[in-house]
Design a protein around this ligand. Structure first.
Ligand code: ZN
Length: 110
């Protein structure tokens, strides 16, 4: 699949676009704050990109990842999408809301 991301060389179908795929791959390094669960409102990773950089996929594709403030969300079907925020403050607020929603969801489960 291809998308409107500059430099798209085709991305995996569970992502809307290459940027989401790159951010997801990056999120797997375990160095990011996460909350939630795929069975709740989604498994959410906080991704703050301070400087643009070139990301290399394992298969030779590369993509320029822009600076930005993202929540990466994986749902129970394995689909992954991102939300973009104007500022670090905004993305942190949204992450905290997601954390409290998740805590509520956990509470209901007991
Ligand atoms: Zn693409």
């Amino acid at each position: 699949m291809t998308c409107s991301t500059p430099g798209c060389q085709g991305h995996l179908g569970k992502f809307d676009n290459c940027l989401d795929e790159a951010l997801y791959a990056e999120s797997l390094d375990g160095n990011h704050e996460t909350t939630g669960d795929v069975d709740a409102h989604g498994y959410i990773t906080l991704m703050i990109v301070e400087e643009p950089y070139m990301f290399s996929f394992g298969d030779g594709r590369t993509l320029r990842v822009p600076a930005g403030n993202f929540l990466l969300i994986e749902d129970s079907n394995g689909f992954v999408y991102t939300q973009s925020f104007d500022s670090v403050l905004d993305v942190r607020d949204a992450f905290e809301v997601a954390e409290s929603e998740y805590a509520q969801w956990l509470g209901q489960d007991d």
